[in-house]
Design a protein around this ligand. Structure first.
Ligand SMILES: [Zn+2]
Length: 105
């Protein structure tokens, strides 16, 4: 999983911005560990896309790399009722569907 990081001051930046909000430096996509915790989440019951079975969980995950570094992601691998704020999660490889996490092993 790649997240923009400032080449000058090393700040991770998400959601993406044109340049570093702290120092104006250039942002370059860098790999993160994929570890994080559920900051908050919602359970979607409406079939916006018929190819995606409901219900499913949309989470805001705070990444381990930096306080307040958060990404919006799908959360799979557990029942929606089992999701908890603060729960440890890890990124799955999901090249085309956007960030996807599951409960940490
Ligand atoms: Zn910077």
């Amino acid at each position: 999983m790649l997240v923009p990081r400032c080449a000058s001051c090393s700040l991770w930046v998400s959601p993406p911005q044109p340049d570093c909000p702290d120092c104006g430096g250039e942002l370059v996509a860098r790999a993160v560990s994929g570890r994080g915790t559920v900051f908050t989440y919602t359970v979607n019951h409406h079939p916006f896309d018929p190819s995606i079975p409901v219900p499913y969980v949309i989470a805001i995950v705070e990444l381990a790399e930096q306080k307040d570094l958060r990404v919006v992601a799908g959360l799979v691998g557990c029942e929606p009722d089992a999701v908890r704020i603060g729960m440890a999660v890890e990124a799955l490889s999901a090249p085309d569907s956007g960030p996807l996490f599951s409960p940490a092993a």
